[in-house]
Design a protein around this ligand. Structure first.
Ligand SMILES: [Fe+2]
Ligand SMILES: [Fe+2]
Length: 198
């Protein structure tokens, strides 16, 4: 079995490695809380940013090596889909849940499963992250998985809107689906937390 921590150490800068360690920790915590396969969550977390520091031309080469062209969307989101594509060959992990999690961790997808949802949330709320309301998102992640996904995707959309960048429709679809699964009590709880921190 490949040592994913060693792989990450050899490929990533210290600050990115610290982020990935934080994502592993947050993913394991969420997997335990929501009774989701911890080993898959751990693998997805270690793998998700493995290609984050490659250049555009290195990413293009890896995609072509797999017989495909580069993924749709801006360059900063390529590292997920290309890592998912190369996972079996480069890291000897060929699990569909892990692959889906790595593929969609930046953009999100309305049909993504539990392991992918955990990674999507953990990537945003790991202990090294700091942005407005991150503590409220951390608290929401402990209430229910739909609330965690709904509030993290809202925060991601707010960030994209503020920066006037392109929004992938799948992020919006994920957001809509997640909110449709949040209970009325959990919505009210979240609104109270936001009002308290405002
Ligand atoms: Fe990433
Ligand atoms: Fe990340």
């Amino acid at each position: 079995m490949i040592d994913l921590e060693q792989e990450a150490k050899s490929r990533l800068s210290p600050s990115r490695l610290a982020h990935v360690r934080g994502v592993v920790e947050a993913s394991m915590d969420l997997a335990q809380r929501y009774a989701i396969n911890g080993e898959k969550a751990r693998q997805a977390a270690w793998l998700h940013d493995m290609f984050r520091e490659l250049t555009q031309s290195q990413l293009e080469k890896l995609a072509h090596l797999s017989g495909t062209s580069v993924p749709f969307g801006p360059v900063p989101v390529w590292h997920g889909p290309i890592c998912a594509m190369r996972m079996a060959q480069d890291f000897f992990i060929d699990d569909e849940d892990v692959k889906e999690a790595v593929k969609w961790h930046t953009v999100g997808h309305p049909e993504m499963g539990d392991v992918a949802q955990i990674l999507y949330v953990a990537d945003a709320i790991e202990k090294g992250r700091s942005f407005p309301f991150v503590d409220t998102l951390r608290a929401a992640s402990q209430i229910s998985l739909p609330l965690a996904v709904a509030t993290v995707s809202d925060a991601s959309l707010e960030h994209l809107l503020k920066n006037h960048v392109e929004i992938d429709v799948r992020t919006v679809q994920l957001r809509n689906k997640a909110w449709s699964l949040v209970t009325q009590d959990d919505r009210q709880w979240f609104d109270r937390q936001i009002n308290l921190t405002n």
